[in-house]
Design a protein around this ligand. Structure first.
Ligand SMILES: *Cc1c(COP(=O)(O)O)cnc(C)c1O
Length: 487
């Protein structure tokens, strides 16, 4: 057989590809530089949506033509979380530097499941930095995952293995698993209940701890629930404290939960998806006191850390438990003292993924390009903007604050009759206007307009634009002429 380079997918015309690549890069720089001039979001026209229902192509398409389709059919109709007036849900804004790092990672096409490679040292550098940030010991280990939904699941699985023993990986959770109970506040993220379901323990075995007036876990109720379960012969094993609840941004009293977990000998996991990186901000870090006592922490670099999606991470105080949970002796993954199969343990020993991308690179670039002071200042600024929004709400008679503001999330609403329905309509009106994108949530049974200010690009004028637009939409929906009112 002779060489036949025509089976390679490399370009036949490298100079042409280079020129096209530079155009693509420039288009994204232009996009990021002029974000503010465009709508945050716009509805997807039917023709555009329909353009992605074509048959599987047999023949190649010119890269420039594919790129033109991206520019006209994909880019304008994304969620818009890079935009400074995106405040919906909890989404990070990303950075241009992070985008460039993604390109480098894709060019390298590194697979970070394991083996002796420098990309893994980059990931281990992040693990070391996270140990330092959270005051964890050298025995702590960690691993990048998609997001905190998976990071919380990993925390739970490690705790489950610790309490049932590594043998349970072979035998299953058995009758003992039926007796395990876990605890999280009513305000905890839904992925915790989902993790209980996926771990085979059942979401019903997750006890819902009531919250206090500040939407924080009622720690006295936590103690009572644990005592009641023990009394019934159950086995409490896992408690989740949340550092920044997804609905209102409340921070559970992590030190109090740590003390109870220690006394009760249950695993203390912190869901820090939103808030854990507040440790980078000197004015936010004190609110997280107690996080350094966690057995495991889930966090998202793609939220407050501004790393492009996706970049979730889990840190486990005693890395040996993580190995007990995930490491397995497959012949094709055998380690060797030298050569490329050296350098154990590998990330595939620390979580469920074998093939995994180089999420650590965009995280490393983001951290070194800005330094922790700049990243921390951006986090503080989002909290200052939230206080500014809170002030605007409190000083505007047509608006009402629905929850205390602890971090960077503000829940409020337009005062009117039928307010639940009208406020949901106001939010949809805002989305369609392209002016600003908040989302909705329910606070104490009432529909709230929720502004989660995560993006480093957001400024005070963006908050003012949101308030003005809410007032305008509210007046339009409730005023005498009611234009746009739905029948
Ligand atoms: C976002 C979030 C999650 C889920 O994290 P993903 O990265 O979206 O998987 C879990 N908990 C809290 C508190 C969150 O804010």
């Amino acid at each position: 057989m002779t060489d036949s380079p025509r089976h390679s997918l490399d370009p036949a015309d490298w100079p042409g590809l280079r020129a096209q690549g530079h155009r693509m890069l420039d288009d994204m720089f232009d996009h990021l530089e002029t974000l503010r001039e465009r709508p945050v979001w716009q509805p997807i026209p039917d023709a555009v949506r329909g353009a992605f229902s074509e048959p599987l192509p047999k023949a190649p398409t010119d890269l420039a033509a594919a790129h033109a389709r991206f520019m006209t059919q994909v880019l304008p109709y994304a969620v818009g979380n890079a935009h400074p007036r995106f405040m919906g849900w909890v989404h990070g804004g990303g950075t241009a530097q992070g985008m460039l790092a993604e390109m480098l990672a894709a060019g390298l096409n590194a697979n970070l499941g394991g083996r002796d490679q420098m990309p893994l040292e980059v990931e281990r550098q992040i693990v070391r930095w996270m140990r330092e940030l959270f005051g964890f010991p050298d025995a702590a280990n960690g691993v990048f995952v998609t997001g905190s939904s998976t990071a919380n699941l990993i925390g739970l699985l490690v705790a489950r293995t610790r309490v049932l023993g590594a043998g349970s990986r072979a035998t299953g959770i058995g009758a003992e698993g039926q007796r395990l109970t876990a605890y999280a506040a009513a305000s905890a993220h839904g992925c915790v209940a989902q993790a209980m379901a996926m771990a085979g323990l059942g979401s019903a075995a997750l006890r819902t701890v009531p919250v206090d007036g500040r939407h924080r876990m009622d720690v006295a109720a936590l103690s009572s629930l644990i005592a009641a379960d023990r009394h019934s012969g159950l086995r409490p094993f896992f408690v989740v404290g949340t550092a920044g609840t997804v609905d209102v941004g409340a921070v559970d009293d992590l030190a109090a939960i740590a003390a109870i977990a220690q006394r009760e000998q249950v695993w203390f996991h912190v869901d820090g998806a939103l808030g854990a990186l507040g440790m980078l901000a000197p004015d936010v870090a004190p609110l997280l006191a107690g996080i350094e006592r966690a057995d495991s922490i889930a966090l998202d670099f793609h939220k407050w850390g501004q790393v492009p999606y996706d970049a979730g991470f889990v840190l486990v105080r005693d890395g040996a438990h993580q190995l007990d949970t995930f490491a397995s002796p497959a012949a094709y993954l055998a380690r060797h003292p030298r050569g490329l199969a050296a350098g154990s343990p590998w990330p595939c020993d620390l979580g469920p993924d074998l093939s995994r991308g180089f999420r650590a690179l965009k995280t490393w670039f983001t951290i070194v390009a800005h330094g922790t002071e700049q990243l921390g200042a951006a986090i503080s600024h989002t909290c200052a903007l939230a206080r500014h929004l809170k002030h605007r709400v409190e000083t505007t008679p047509a608006l009402e604050l629905l929850a205390p503001v602890a971090l960077n999330i503000v829940c409020f609403r337009y005062r009117c009759a039928d307010a639940d329905r009208v406020n949901a309509e106001i939010v949809a009106d805002l989305h369609e206007s392209g002016i600003a994108v908040p989302s909705t949530t329910t606070v104490n049974g009432r529909t709230a307009i929720r502004a989660a200010i995560v993006n480093h690009r957001t400024q005070a004028s963006d908050i003012d634009a949101l308030v003005d637009a809410v007032l305008a939409c509210g007046a339009a929906r409730t005023g005498p002429s009611r234009p746009g009112a739905t029948p």
